[in-house]
Design a protein around this ligand. Structure first.
Ligand SMILES: [Zn+2]
Length: 400
């Protein structure tokens, strides 16, 4: 059994009478010593310890009500899942589980808000992309995440689609088959590019990708981009020149795609660090540290947010006006309201997630001895589109 640490139990000890807790639980579902569901017992024990710290019997009973559906969800989790995140607050009708394909440690957090930082870190730290490699005759579609690209669909102008479907290297999904089922003739250029854009748009909508990457000759990718559905077109993060090999094998194309992704990630890292260096040296359009970054987000000024490897950040939120601060503070400086403690990194990522304009990058150390590139700004910085005392036309500061 894992030792229980104080950090496992982030309880709101300053408001013991409050019954409106949210219990957030993370369960490790990987197999250990042949047993998978240590997690259930472990979570129950962690929560019991948390309950002992609550001062009232009523609060302990509430905790039980929160926990029961969580333990049931752990028991019934998909055998393929490596972890489970569950959020329970019967008082406000909240019960939500997320099956995870990455391992987590058993952990219970009791707070006024769900603790979702591990999910947000995964979302931003291991983004998944839909990658389309296209030329005037051929499309290959890949799903890329965790440094691996998997071929998911393809289209060839010269080959009748009925034949393509039977080729093992093309993995057609049912919905694509239906659209192309009756086609036996060769496709015209226009039809081909429309078909390409249709397949990309359809696939983009079916899976929650972080972004879309188009590889090919720039005239072709530009034409495809114009034909994409609006949602997919606005998700394009990269158009990159890439030639199609003659008679490409799936493995070759996957290697090309992986290489393009690696190059892009490396260039993104140096672009961000270069941009930060420049702005730091001029003291211009940059927010440093959790407080300034939260200010910028709440005023709609943050465009790109860059986290270093250390994302432990204590913050607070005003219970009256809702303003968020990047430091623990007892009283709101704006309205004098009482504040509660929050995880500042989670607040930053969550606000950025809501504001489509702000993107988040996690710059971990390339190796363990490397320096934390964000140390001079206490772990987080933001590139801004305007200095303080600015708000977007027609909008007030976002309090949300
Ligand atoms: Zn306030």
């Amino acid at each position: 059994m894992m030792p229980i640490t104080r950090s496992d139990l982030e309880i709101l000890l300053d408001s013991p009478d409050r019954t409106d807790y949210v219990v957030s639980a993370f369960a490790d579902l990987t197999v250990k010593d042949g047993f998978r569901h240590f997690a259930e017992t472990n979570l129950a024990n962690i929560a019991r310890q948390a309950g002992l710290a609550l001062s009232e019997a009523e609060a302990r009973q509430v905790l039980d009500e929160h926990l029961r559906p969580i333990l049931r969800a752990v028991d019934q989790a998909d055998p393929a899942a490596r972890g489970l995140a569950a959020f329970s607050a019967p008082g406000r009708g909240l019960f939500h589980t997320v099956e995870l394909h990455f391992p987590v440690e058993d952990r219970v957090v009791i707070d006024e808000e769900p603790f979702v930082l591990p999910l947000l870190e995964r979302w931003y730290g291991d983004p998944s992309y839909l990658v389309a490699l296209v030329d005037s005759h051929e499309l290959h579609l890949f799903e890329a995440h965790s440094g691996h690209a998997e071929h998911v669909a393809g289209l060839n102008k010269e080959v009748p689609t009925e034949i393509q479907r039977d080729k093992p290297r093309f993995t057609y999904k049912k919905r694509f088959n239906d659209a192309w089922h009756e086609r036996q003739q060769q496709l015209t250029n226009d039809e081909f590019l429309k078909g390409v854009a249709g397949i990309i748009s359809e696939h983009y909508r079916s899976v929650p990708f972080t972004g879309l990457i188009l590889l090919g000759q720039s005239s072709t990718t530009a034409a495809v981009r114009r034909l994409l559905h609006k949602e997919a077109a606005s998700a394009v993060v990269l158009e990159h020149p890439q030639s199609m090999r003659p008679g490409p094998k799936a493995q070759d194309v996957e290697d090309d795609v992986s290489r393009a992704m690696e190059q892009w990630k490396a260039s993104e890292r140096s672009r961000l660090l270069g941009e930060l260096e420049q702005r730091w040296s001029r003291g211009h359009l940059v927010a440093n540290g959790p407080t300034e970054v939260l200010d910028a987000l709440q005023q709609g000024r943050a465009v790109e947010i860059v986290f270093g490897p250390d994302r432990t950040m204590a913050g607070s939120r005003c219970g009256s006006c809702g303003y968020r601060f990047g430091v623990p503070t007892a009283e709101c400086v704006y309205c004098g309201g009482r504040t509660s403690s929050v995880d500042a990194a989670q607040e930053i990522m969550r606000m950025a997630l809501r504001q489509r304009i702000a993107t988040v990058h996690l710059l971990d150390r390339p190796d363990r001895r490397a320096e934390d590139p964000l140390r001079r700004s206490n772990g987080v910085a933001a590139l801004l589109r305007a200095e303080a005392n600015w708000s977007p036309p027609g909008e007030g500061p976002e309090a949300g």
